[in-house]
Design a protein around this ligand. Sequence first.
Ligand SMILES: [Fe+2]
Length: 257
Amino acid sequence: MGYIKSAALEETGYVVLDSYNQELDPKEWQGIEYVDWKSSGDTRFAPLASAKGDIECNGFWNHQPPRTDKDGVWIPSQVEKAPNLTRRAQEPGANVGRCRVIELQPNTYADCLYNLHQDDNNRLNPDGTGWVVRGFFNLTDDKDSFFVLRDNRTENDVEYRIALPAGAQLIVDTQRMWHAATHPGPDPRYCLITSWTSGPELDAYIEKYNGRTRVPNVEVSQEVLDAGQAEQARRDAARAAYYAAKGQAEKVAMSEA
Ligand SMILES: [Fe+2]
């Protein structure tokens, strides 16, 4: 039967929507509660919706009963402090699973390549229902930062580099595309990440905000690209050697964000 997916995401695995006028909002992301949650890079998360409405970030499949990344429960104490973020996550009218603000400490392009991972958004998702994708609303004005998307973690023939100024709005099939952010800093980056179920509501939202399947790649010098690629390979080899020495199977995928 197959899942219901957005045609807009078929070609490149992402769309970039019209930018949101971030300056109209107060800095809601500074007032909400964060918890330590290891993702790709040095991160903390502030959930707005979670499996049971608690301030925690675990995948819904790790709760009892296990379930897929849908029907997130809004957390009253967080929603109260972040009404605009909540409104934006709910605006498409698509089902919301996990919804949280990520805080990412500064890193390099090489770190980003090493951190590239796929999300596990569709574990336990019943066939024939909507495929879960993710919205990324950049909150801080990270003029030198960019999202990196690849078809294959270690091959750079397809690499999309999408700028992350304040108000940037992306929707990404993060189970299909390897992804991570390059964030030079110096301050932490904040971004609202929402799991949405694909379907007519999300399609209409993408159309309303002029979703584009291709935007110009952020320019990065060939020297930095090559050095990053080499450093990813070096760290991958070091990790493989570490696990080989311990006699354990290597963890191939990076941690789920
Ligand atoms: Fe992720």
